[in-house]
Structures are given as structure tokens and as C-alpha cells.
Design a binder for this molecule. Structure first.
Ligand SMILES: NC(=O)c1ccc[n+]([C@@H]2O[C@H](COP(=O)([O-])OP(=O)(O)OC[C@H]3O[C@@H](n4cnc5c(N)ncnc54)[C@H](OP(=O)(O)O)[C@@H]3O)[C@@H](O)[C@H]2O)c1
Length: 198
């Protein structure tokens, strides 16, 4: 399978790349490096990525920039980081990618437990996650040719200990659980699902 991983240089992306590259052809994408550079906040950059990659079977996105910070300092400008990044970035990966993906292919987007369980400082990610999850359900009934779409929604992951203090009481999701959440999305039959790998 030819799998594009957008966000391949990040905490999740690095782990998923090493998990899947033994069995599959991986195209690593990120804004500052990888096999291909893509800025998901710019539709033309996404189009350019797909043009370079050509037909593919599966897209994993673990790139989802959001604003993390104090509520009282949040303005329209900060909030747009998640809207243009995690939300529109992922939506455009699907809207544009539907014209390049092979029949029976799949899109696996990233959201997070914050959509249902808010934590202080993360309102922007909560809102973006909720909208991405609604988009996934809607896109699942629109996509043709057996193309599937799911969101993987972990709580804080074990390789991000710097986030642990922001998620009191949450048992971190192991990297293996995260991997298997994506495995369910890519290799399973379901579509329109929000997969909680915990
Ligand atoms: N870490 C956690 O505990 C956790 C838990 C639940 C959900 N999440 C969500 O999962 C996602 C990934 O988390 P992570 O910890 O793996 O993040 P990370 O380590 O910061 O990695 C982010 C990746 O996305 C790429 N990226 C950032 N902005 C981009 C852009 N505009 N265009 C293309 N690529 C871009 C980065 O590479 P470049 O800098 O080169 O672009 C990097 O490869 C985030 O949306 C986060 O909200 C994280």
C-alpha cells in the first residue's frame, strides 16, 4: 500500500512511519521536511503535494496545528490557528485528495479526546476536533468508489510527557494503542467513525 503520512516528522508521525514502513511504501510529508513539503494551511500546497505523489491508497494526517494557551489571551487571531490548521488543513487534505486517492482507499485524520473532554488551555483544539469529527461523519456518506474516512481520537499519548500535567487523571495512550487505532482505520472496513484507541 502507498501511504502518505502528513506530519511524519512529529511525535505521532515518526512512530507511525516506523510502524508501517516495514510493510508499506510510506511518503513522509511535513511543512519543514520529509520526502515532500506541504503546508496544510494552504490549499495550493496540498494540491502540489498530491500532484507530486500521484495515486495513493491511504492518507494519515497527524498534522493539526492549534493554539494552546490561556483563555483570557485568546482572540480571533489565535483561534484561527486551529481553524486554518487542524480543521481546514485536514478538510482540504480530503477535498483535494479525493481526486487522487485510489478506489477503496482511506483517509485517517487526527482529532483527540478534547472534543468531548475539554481541558484548560485547549479550547481551540476542542473546537477543531469536534468540527473534524462532524466532517468525517458527513464525508463518509459523500465519498465514492469505496473510499473510507475515519478520525483517530486519542487522549494524551505516552511519547508526549510534556502534556501530561494538562491532562490530569488521563492514563496516557501508548504508542502501540495509537498505532492500532490507525490500523483499524486503514485496514478495517468501517467508515465515518471516531476511533478511540483506549
Ligand atoms: N501529542 C499528544 O499527546 C496528542 C494527543 C491527542 C491528540 N493530539 C493531536 O495530534 C496531532 C499531532 O500531535 P503530535 O504530538 O504528533 O504533534 P507534533 O509532534 O507537534 O508534530 C506535528 C507534525 O505536523 C507537522 N506540521 C505542523 N504544521 C504543519 C503544517 N501547517 N503543514 C504540514 N505539516 C505540519 C510537523 O512538521 P513541520 O513542523 O515540519 O511542519 C510535525 O511533523 C495534533 O493535532 C494534536 O493536537 C496529540
Amino acid at each position: 500500500m502507498k501511504i502518505i503520512i502528513v506530519g511524519a516528522s512529529g511525535t505521532m508521525g515518526k512512530y507511525l512511519t516506523s510502524a508501517f514502513e516495514k510493510e508499506h511504501e510510506i511518503v513522509r510529508a511535513a511543512s519543514k521536511g520529509g520526502d515532500i513539503r506541504v503546508d496544510i494551511t494552504a490549499a495550493e500546497s496540498i494540491e502540489n503535494m498530491y500532484r507530486q505523489v500521484g495515486a495513493f491508497d491511504s492518507l494519515i494526517c497527524t498534522a493539526g496545528p492549534t493554539y494552546v494557551g490561556p483563555w483570557k489571551k485568546m482572540t480571533d487571531k489565535e483561534f484561527r490557528k486551529g481553524i486554518e490548521g487542524k480543521l481546514m488543513g485536514q478538510i482540504n487534505l480530503v477535498l483535494i485528495g479525493q481526486h487522487y486517492i485510489n478506489p477503496k482507499g482511506s483517509f485517517s485524520l487526527i482529532t483527540g479526546a478534547l472534543s468531548n473532554e475539554p481541558q484548560l488551555n485547549f479550547a481551540n483544539a476542542s473546537a477543531a476536533n469536534g468540527a473534524v469529527e462532524a466532517f468525517v461523519r458527513a464525508a463518509a456518506i459523500e465519498l465514492e468508489n469505496g473510499i473510507r474516512i475515519n478520525a483517530v481520537s486519542p487522549t494524551v499519548i505516552e511519547n508526549s510527557p510534556h502534556y501530561f500535567p494538562f491532562f490530569p487523571g488521563d492514563i496516557p495512550v501508548t504508542m502501540q494503542q495509537l498505532e492500532y487505532g490507525f490500523r483499524k482505520s486503514i485496514f478495517g472496513a468501517n467508515t465515518g467513525q471516531v476511533i478511540k484507541p483506549y
